[in-house]
Design a binder for this molecule. Structure first.
Ligand code: SR1
Ligand code: MG
Length: 400
């Protein structure tokens, strides 16, 4: 039930954000509070509310009725706030330590009030600075094995699964991904954004029919396969990291889709770091990629072996074929992520933050090559060792 009676959507201000947390009883009426708008994503306002004397902090997040990255000319449903709050609750139920707590959500105001995580760092920001997060990939591997398995037909009753899938129909946010990840970067579209020095590489990509056929198949999988409840936007900017702790945030793109989309977005975003680093720091990322998939496989297999929902569970070869499919999808979706973050609308700081122009262009050419390799060869790579070998080989050649 709504704590605040609100007939229509209104954009929060620092003042109304403060009033809200007081009304919710999260702070006393007489507590002195500081407010800062700290949202650095593409879509929402994020207010951090602090009592400076006790250091207690709370986050109030509000979905804006448009995409902040473009402006008011791109209207966007605020229903995504409810999707996000509900997804956070479901994901937390499977991974209590890896997802923040939601204290309150209001559908009308598109507001979610939740745990503050400012003792941690956004993984992308930390990784760009060269920080090491030895547990990050193990945590993400475990988180994904659990969320994907427990929300799939391998675990849920088919009726329950279909009800959940209905609750998470998210057409507007999916359309953003369909356009910005799977379509625009592969055609000459206005939303694309790339340096003049990449024009030749981009032209080649647009003329590569073999690549486009494979991207079309991946887009079809994204549009039609309802395998599990996905986070839907699991890049390193949607993860808070510390040396011991990891928290997955921002599932406003959540919907029922192919499992390999979430694993692929994480995999692809780590590859940006493998490309921009050298020597031992690069090796750290390659180890992290290896740990990610190994952990995912171990947990997924364990859950598979314990569950008794699916009568085909012990059929020889079935689990392996499911894991192979997720792995191939992971590579393909990772490839799309690498390409779209290089030449599409929404870029990443891993690349755009490189000040030296020649180095930046060289890295971007590499993300395009690795992206194409992953998409085209995804079915030939039988296991992760062979992918990491190809990746290493490509990167070594470029560094020489
Ligand atoms: C208009 S939104 C652009 C991108 O930001 C989000 O985080 C998603 O990745 C989306 O593609
Ligand atoms: Mg986001």
């Amino acid at each position: 039930m709504a704590v605040i009676t609100q007939s229509a959507y209104q954009t929060l201000t620092e003042q109304t954000a403060k009033e809200l947390v007081r009304k919710l009883g999260l702070f006393d009426q007489n507590e002195e509070l500081n407010v800062r708008e700290i949202g650095d994503g593409n879509l929402n306002y994020v207010f951090q509310i602090t009592n400076p004397s006790t250091n207690k902090r709370i986050i109030v997040k509000q979905a804006l009725p448009y995409a902040k990255v473009v402006g008011e000319s791109w209207p966007l449903t605020v229903k995504r706030a409810t999707i996000e709050a509900n997804a956070l609750k479901i994901f937390k139920s499977y991974n209590p330590k890896l997802v923040p707590e939601v204290y309150y959500s209001d559908e009308q105001l598109a507001v979610t009030v939740m745990e503050d995580l400012s003792h941690l760092t956004i993984a992308r920001t930390g990784l760009i600075k060269g920080e090491s997060y030895p547990l990050l990939s193990k945590h993400i591997g475990e988180y994904l094995a659990k969320t994907l398995f427990f929300t799939s037909d391998f675990y849920l009753h088919p009726t329950k699964k279909k009800e959940l899938a209905k609750q998470f129909v998210n057409p507007e946010l999916c359309k953003i991904t369909e356009d910005l990840v799977f379509t625009d970067p592969f055609f000459d579209r206005e939303t694309n954004d790339f340096e003049e020095r990449l024009s030749e590489d981009v032209q080649q990509l647009w003329e590569d029919d073999e690549l486009k056929l494979e991207v079309a198949k991946l887009k079809k999988a994204f549009l039609t396969e309802q395998e599990a409840l996905l986070h839907g936007d699991l890049h390193t900017g949607s993860i808070f990291a510390g040396s011991l702790e990891t928290k997955i945030i921002d599932p406003e793109f959540a919907f029922y889709g192919p499992m390999g989309f979430d694993t692929g977005q994480y995999f692809g975003n780590l590859i940006f770091q493998a490309i921009t680093r050298n020597g031992e720091k690069r090796a750290e990322i390659l180890t992290s990629l290896k740990e990610f998939w190994e952990t995912f496989e171990i947990h997924f297999t364990e859950l598979w072996n314990c569950s008794d929902t699916d009568p085909y569970r012990h059929t020889h070869g079935y689990l392996q074929s499911v894991l192979n499919k997720i792995f191939q999808d992971t590579l393909g979706f990772a490839g799309c992520e690498l390409i779209r973050r290089t030449i599409g609308l929404a870029h990443v700081k891993d690349l755009d933050g490189i000040q030296d122009e020649s180095k930046r262009i060289q890295c971007k050419k590499m993300t395009l090559s690795v992206g194409k390799m992953l998409i085209k060869n995804r079915e030939e790579h039988g296991d992760q060792q062979s992918v990491l070998k190809s990746l290493n080989h490509l990167l070594d050649q470029a560094t020489r």
